[in-house]
Design a protein around this ligand. Structure first.
Ligand code: SAM
Length: 354
């Protein structure tokens, strides 16, 4: 590689780290922002981090390279493999100078673990999004009065498939299992969703291109490692949700969402409301898969009746940098509404409902 190619690569990687640092600051992870700044400085200085990431063959932003690096280091902390790093990770409050004096040496010592970790894409499953989706499920139950047949695409580990095992706080009101170890309490603006809707789940199915196998300790570790280290409440909520999903969750089918949806929506199922739902996954689908899913929904929607309605519930940003919206389309009448806008992790929700 020529000098100018290698300078260009390094600059592209530094841009990706700077972008991710800004996102971490904006989404409430100052520690990860500090850590990424230290790593970026090491890259700029041609240190060990540069050796590991500057020859990245793909697009470092699209591949979330900076997040992979933060995940690799957090995994070392969670397994207590690098005591020096544990000592400067939350709950300890290390300064940026302390991080600078420790992180490059840890990267050097654990370079083979880091290389392996970087080689697979990030895998996350944000339980907080159940705190947004639940309003949609309640609204569908209220509107249709029917049991729910739940189909989730891009389900990851399936943690948002057991949403009815969690307890939710909507301002002064609550809904869910009051004994649940998972409590989700977003900052809530607006009226609560219809809390007295009759919720009964008769089917729970899910699919993902690369499902997280919760019975595999290494995959559980990866899921935990991708939670930002200073968001300790999220981490402990994730642990509890993993326990519930292992006990009660569906097996997440491995496969492409478009193929799976075509099969699942082939026949209407009477006396139930079929709900196709997803959160923060639509942007990862190729345009053709998006078009195929939309067409399958349209065909199934045309067949829907009051005894077998179809709902499409999605929590997705309309544009890459906009706040995600919870949108619902309900057939047979085919009306569409934006029920809420919310923080991407579900930390805050502005509910408008119907
Ligand atoms: C950012 S994660 C979101 C996971 C989960 N929905 C959540 O909100 O926590 C995106 C998920 O989409 C999955 N995915 C990407 N492309 C897919 C496809 N073509 N079919 C099915 N799942 C896909 C990924 O494997 C990943 O689990």
């Amino acid at each position: 590689m020529s000098q100018s190619d290698s300078d260009r690569n390094r600059q592209a990687v530094l841009n990706a780290f700077a972008k991710q640092t800004g996102w971490c600051e904006g989404l409430g992870s100052p520690f990860t922002a500090r850590l990424l700044t230290v790593l970026a400085d090491d890259i700029a200085a041609g240190g060990i981090t540069a050796e590991l990431v500057c020859a990245w063959p793909g697009d470092p932003i699209a591949d979330a390279l900076a997040l992979r690096m933060a995940g690799a280091l957090h995994a070392l902390v969670l397994t207590e493999t690098a005591p020096a790093l544990v000592a400067c990770y939350p709950p300890h409050a290390a300064t940026i100078e302390q991080l600078r004096s420790i992180v490059p040496a840890v990267v050097e010592e654990h370079r083979s673990h880091i290389q392996t970790f970087l080689s697979s894409p990030p895998q996350t499953n944000e339980v907080g999004r159940s705190g947004v989706l639940v309003g949609g499920f309640l609204q569908i139950a209220e509107e249709t009065g029917l049991p729910l047949r739940l189909l989730e695409i891009g389900a990851s580990a399936g943690l948002n498939a057991v949403w009815d095992r969690y307890l939710y706080q909507f301002g002064a009101a609550d809904w869910g299992d009051r004994q649940s170890p998972v409590r989700i309490a977003p900052h809530w603006e607006g009226l609560p969703p219809p809390l007295h809707a009759p919720v009964q789940v008769i089917e729970r199915s899910a699919c993902d291109m690369t499902p997280v196998e919760l019975e595999d300790p290494a995959q559980r570790l990866r899921l935990r490692a991708y939670v930002w280290a200073d968001q300790r409440e999220r981490l402990s909520r994730l642990e509890s949700a993993i326990g519930l999903a292992r006990a009660y969750g569906p097996r997440v089918d491995r496969g492409d969402a478009a193929d799976w949806v075509r099969v699942k929506l082939k026949e209407p199922v009477k006396a139930s409301a079929t709900v196709l739902y997803h959160s923060i996954m639509w942007q990862y689908l190729p345009a053709q898969s998006q078009a195929d899913i939309s067409a399958a929904l349209q065909r199934a929607g045309d067949r829907a009746t009051d005894a077998a309605p179809l709902a499409w519930l999605r929590f997705e940003p309309l544009h890459p940098d906009s706040r995600p919206e919870l949108r619902l389309t309900l057939w047979p009448r085919a009306w569409e509404v934006c029920l809420a806008v919310a923080h991407p992790h579900g930390n805050s929700v502005t509910w408008s409902g119907l």
